[in-house]
Design a protein around this ligand. Sequence first.
Ligand code: ADP
Length: 220
Amino acid sequence: MSQTGPRTSGGPSVVVGLTGGIATGKSSVATLLAARGAVVIDADVLARDVVANGAPLLAEVAQRFGNAILSEDGSLDRAALGRVVFSDPSARRDLEALIHPAVRRRAAELEAAAPSGSVVVHVIPLLVETGQADRFDLVVVVDADEASQLARVRTRDSLDEPSARARIAAQATREARLAAADVVVDNSGAPDDLEDQVDRLWQRLVTFGEAPNIRPEKPA
Ligand code: ADP
């Protein structure tokens, strides 16, 4: 993924980490950025790809968790795997130790294959939880007020209020995420307002790499 120090010529001009709590609007922002020309690399999509039917990693996952996590056609039974890791932190850690490195490798390959001078946006829901903020030129956090977030989780995922609150509580706090942000996109308002903010963000991103000798340094 992104290297520290000056970017080599030929690669992306800026590499962004995009994160935010569940249903704050990460996918919405990523879609708007992609429409403006960003190369979007979505960790959730990669996490599914690396255990697609026939992938070598799927066999490793089945070896660790048993064939009960496979469907009849040999593909991953996500619900069954979810039940195994949900209540067992050490199983969850084992699963993450298998999946996360594969996702990062694939993300790095896709980043390296991005056109010269492009704006690369990695969408990583657990960027803060997994301590990856320093890997990026810029960390963009999508934020929404608690009421909006709760309503969007409930509507999108058809959850009752306690279940929606539990999903939110399982993630980093809003404060922890905002503390890691270089740029905050406030998605508490209407979709049009979000689009205006993404337009302004996009202008910043396309000019980011134009002064190669002035590399913004993050505070230690
Ligand atoms: P995330 O990727 O962070 O989980 P999404 O982009 O999927 O979040 O947005 C969560 C849900 O909220 C989706 O159903 C989306 O259509 C809706 N949504 C996103 N932004 C807004 C907004 N500004 N106003 C109303 N609904 C929104």
